[in-house]
Design a protein around this ligand. Structure first.
Ligand code: PMV
Length: 300
């Protein structure tokens, strides 16, 4: 039996706009999906003790398994459909687990491609930011075909789950509709979001969490404008007002989680703290930190 682990992620800035060509700033977090792989007579994936449909995983890992069958047992610390990148972490952990089982050591770009294939099956048009954050780890400034790893100390984020579950692909389609009805406005939002992600990455590098928080607040307004926030998310953010440097939904929205950077001594009683900027799946499983230049080449 062979085990592999991949971290969940948060998108700090730039979700949705990244689908349309801008940068996003994301980070791996210390919540994990662990997959155990073993030889089996047919393909089976077990989660929470039950066999679940996972054709997309088996189809994509076929590049490694080449028609041989495996049993995958999943242990997860990541809620599904909550914006924390559970599907990307599952496909990465599964791909690495079967690679180890068949004694293959795929390079990071192959792992990225295989996981993207599984993501495409679920989300139709994923940007790749979830896969990049979980695989490479740390803080990543991501744009389609481009990746920069930001060197910075981990940062504590508060995560509050709205407990509203949703499907990323539906939210991405809703944003496309908004874009079609408001082309000029949407283009401006994409361009400001792009700049905020780049500036946000610099602020992370300089340890300026207050600045990151300001960009998060503006991003939340953008996400409300394009129709992916909810009254529940808004009420969580209102509750956090004054106690945090910034707060916003993370991921596709329509529910899911709110992330925030708390001020010291804020007395917050909701949610839980996570460490953002932890090791990615590649480092965890193969013990090698990917250098920024290598990473950029791999994804390009
Ligand atoms: O699936 P989620 O909730 O982690 O969101 C993914 C981020 C989006 O920007 C909404 C989609 C994408 O592929 O970048």
């Amino acid at each position: 039996m062979i085990e592999a682990r991949a971290p969940a992620k948060i998108i700090i800035l730039g979700e949705h706009f990244v689908v349309h060509g801008s940068h996003a700033l994301a980070a791996s977090i210390d919540r994990y999906i662990t997959v155990t792989a073993s030889y089996h007579s047919s393909d089976v994936l077990i989660a929470s003790g039950k066999a679940v449909k996972a054709e997309h995983i088996f189809n994509s890992v076929d590049k490694i398994t080449r028609g041989r069958h495996v049993k995958l047992i999943v242990k997860s610390q990541v809620p599904n459909g909550a914006g924390l990148g559970s599907s990307a972490a599952l496909s990465i952990a599964s791909t690495i687990a079967v690679s180890k089982l068949f004694d293959v050591k795929p390079d990071p770009s192959l792992l990225f491609d295989i996981s993207m294939e599984a993501e495409k099956y679920i989300h139709r048009n994923p940007s790749g930011v979830d896969v990049a954050a979980s695989l490479y780890g740390g803080f990543v400034l991501f744009k389609r075909g481009e990746l920069r790893i930001i060197k910075a100390q981990p940062i504590r984020f508060l995560v509050v789950d709205s407990r509203q579950r949703r499907i990323t692909g539906n939210l991405v389609s809703r944003v496309k509709e908004f874009m079609e009805h408001n082309p000029e406005l949407f283009a401006s939002l994409v361009s400001v979001s792009d700049l905020m992600s780049i500036k946000g990455a610099q602020a992370i590098e300089n340890g300026n969490v207050e600045q990151v928080g300001s960009y998060m607040n503006v991003t939340q307004h953008f996400l409300e404008l394009i129709g992916v926030s909810t009254p529940k998310i808004k009420s969580i953010i209102e509750y956090l007002n004054g106690k945090v440097f910034g707060a916003k939904l993370t991921g596709a929205g329509g529910g899911g989680c709110v992330i925030a950077i708390p001020r010291i001594g804020n007395g917050l009683k909701s949610g839980y703290m996570v460490k953002a900027g932890v090791d990615g799946a590649y480092k965890i499983n193969y013990g090698k930190q990917l250098e920024p230049s290598t990473a950029a080449d791999d994804v390009a």
